[in-house]
Design a protein around this ligand. Sequence first.
Ligand code: SF4
Length: 318
Amino acid sequence: MPSGASGEPSEPLLQVRDLAIDLVGKKNRALPVVSGASFEIPRGAVTGLFGESGCGKTTLALALMGLLAPRYRARGSVRLNGGEILNCAERQLETLRGAQIALIFQDPMLALNPVLRVRSQLAEAMRTKAGVEDTLRRAGLEPSARILDAYPHQLSGGERQRVLIALALARRPALVIADEPFTALDSARVSELSSLFRGLSASLGTAFLLIDHSPAALARSVDDALVMYAGRIVERGPAGAVMTAPLHPYTAALLKCVGGHGKPLPTIQGNPPGLAGRPPGCAFHPRCERREPCCAREEPAEYMVEGRRAVRCFRYAG
Ligand code: SF4
């Protein structure tokens, strides 16, 4: 448990406050990748983090894991089980990773050890040979000898992904982050995998943060939704409300992209800005059909709207 942790069951599992992450380049020039991100993940809940490529989702996930490369600088607060984990010592982070918080990387081939059989990788992660079969089963993979004795390259893409999920679950962490696990899956497989995460949160009490481009395919699988654009969380709240009555014009546009899973978003004009080219004012204004003159000049704050919903758009100011 992190230092200073209280771990009161009533408090959220993860509390992120004003998290900002800069990419520091030559001459110490800092480019903001993530700005002012604040959200919570309740214990045992499934939260979706949505947005187009390059909006900062993966950088945010890596910051939560303490895995940012040295050229990134993070500030703000990330509390896990009541204890601060942002920028804490690597030795402390090593005790948290796997035991309390785990990450399912996007590419199983890069994340798995190519020279270790599945059985050995799982036993190493679990620090025991007992229960390896059960962990694989929980991840939705029948622990046959073919699977257990295989090296990663001998498995199909789907099997490798399940092994990666089993590795993340190995030490029963309280929070598992899955970085774009649905990319390149057809809609039947998306539904199968999201049901697996849903079932694991119910049976093990594990919280999940599922990262994906589009919220449409996961509408029924997540409890809460976070929508990110150009490094900002532009809308957050209970998934049912966000999905059925989106407040932010970007969320509304994303939701119209049904069938665009893993593909460009055909219903939103233009492209998200690059890191060095984020426009002044509301970063979405060049693409927003509802923009007003003030949107190009000033950046909207985050406005609380009815209960747990929050949105960064002038249309909800005051
Ligand atoms: S602040 Fe303006 S530009 Fe930004 S989303 Fe709202 S209406 Fe559109």
